[in-house]
Design a protein around this ligand. Structure first.
Ligand SMILES: [Zn+2]
Ligand SMILES: [Zn+2]
Length: 110
């Protein structure tokens, strides 16, 4: 049971996005509390990740870095999800995030 829940928390974090949204999905599936969710995150060593993401979700008044839409994801500039230093993270809406990934793919193909 516990391993299954840890696995779910891990999967949600790998999907990315703001932590609050991850918690909502977690709660929907497990009906477990916020405290439990964050305890599992701690166990997985995701605490720093969490801090940076919560902080960045609020940066720029909670708006996407490029447009005025609401922040929906935190993008890792270098593509490394484990690199959670502030200068590697940028708050984006889904639209701009998709654009960035299309652009990165195109540049990578060169
Ligand atoms: Zn945007
Ligand atoms: Zn991204």
């Amino acid at each position: 049971m516990k391993t299954k829940i840890l696995q779910l928390v891990k999967e949600l974090s790998e999907e990315g996005g703001v932590v609050e949204e991850q918690f909502k999905k977690f709660h929907k599936k497990t009906k477990m509390s916020r405290a439990t969710f964050f305890r599992y995150r701690d166990e997985l060593g995701l605490r720093e990740h969490n801090k940076a993401f919560t902080y960045l979700g609020k940066v720029n008044h909670g708006n996407c870095y490029f447009c005025l839409n609401k922040t929906q994801v935190i993008h890792h500039i270098d593509g490394d999800r484990k690199n959670n230093y502030a200068d590697n993270l940028i708050p984006l809406c889904n639209g701009c995030h998709n654009k960035i990934h299309r652009l990165m793919k195109r540049l990578g193909d060169d």
